[in-house]
Design a protein around this ligand. Structure first.
Ligand SMILES: CC(C)(COP(=O)(O)OP(=O)(O)OC[C@H]1O[C@@H](n2cnc3c(N)ncnc32)[C@H](O)[C@@H]1OP(=O)(O)O)[C@@H](O)C(=O)NCCC(=O)NCCS
Length: 184
């Protein structure tokens, strides 16, 4: 992944919230991230990763105009967020994070839906990401979305005790936009 480096190293999965808990906040809304959101974002980021992004990573992403989205409950509490970097007709997913207490409720799928809808609207044809081999939960999520492993970056991520962990590079070919140039 290009800068800022995807932190990865997700911690042990939190217990799934039950269905009643999932309903407590009402239906989630979505909007782009702003600098004012960063305290709430970082509070989740440091719980979700052993090697979290810094505030500076998020500020740089916002300053660069990267695509961002937040998912919020009806009370405005932050549930999940994503950051992706566009480059011509490709998009690189840099950060996809769900608050540990709200995992297993479909928020990651919803974030990916929002990203893919944006990509379709922009004529973006390929979505890229990196994931740690040890992050089985995220790998399963991406595989179910149709992402395919296309490469390996050796020693890409920091790991505990000064070690390094490889990154699996995954990509997803997106359907051509309506009225696009698909061959028929
Ligand atoms: C990985 C992560 C984004 C998944 O978010 P989520 O909101 O729990 O995922 P969803 O509820 O949308 O579920 C999507 C898929 O994730 C997997 N999943 C969700 N909860 C799971 C659990 N408790 N155990 C195992 N797999 C689980 C499943 O494959 C699920 O699909 P399915 O329900 O159709 O089988 C979230 O766990 C997270 O933020 N982890 C820490 C940060 C991270 O690793 N981000 C990804 C970096 S590449």
């Amino acid at each position: 992944m290009r800068a800022p480096v995807r932190p990865e190293g997700a911690r042990q999965a939190a217990p799934r919230a039950d269905a009643a808990g999932a309903r407590q906040g009402g239906p989630p809304g979505a909007r782009p991230m702003t600098v004012q959101d960063l305290d709430a974002v970082l509070a989740i980021e440091i719980r979700a990763y052993d090697f979290p992004w810094t505030r500076g990573n998020f500020i740089d992403s916002l300053a660069a105009g990267y695509w961002t989205v937040l998912r919020l409950d009806a009370a405005g509490q932050l549930l999940a967020y994503a950051v992706a970097m566009p480059a011509l007709d490709e998009m690189h997913l840099l950060n996809l994070t769900v608050a540990p207490a709200h995992e297993g409720q479909g928020h990651a799928r919803a974030l990916l839906d929002a990203l893919q809808a944006h990509c379709r609207a922009q004529g973006i044809v390929t979505l890229w990401l990196e994931v740690r081999p040890s992050n089985e939960r995220a790998r399963r999520l991406y595989a179910r979305r149709g992402f395919r492993a296309v490469g390996l970056r050796r020693g890409y991520y920091p790991a505990p005790q000064g070690r390094r962990e490889d990154a699996i590079v995954m990509s997803l070919a997106l359907p051509a936009p309506e009225g696009g140039h698909a061959l028929d």
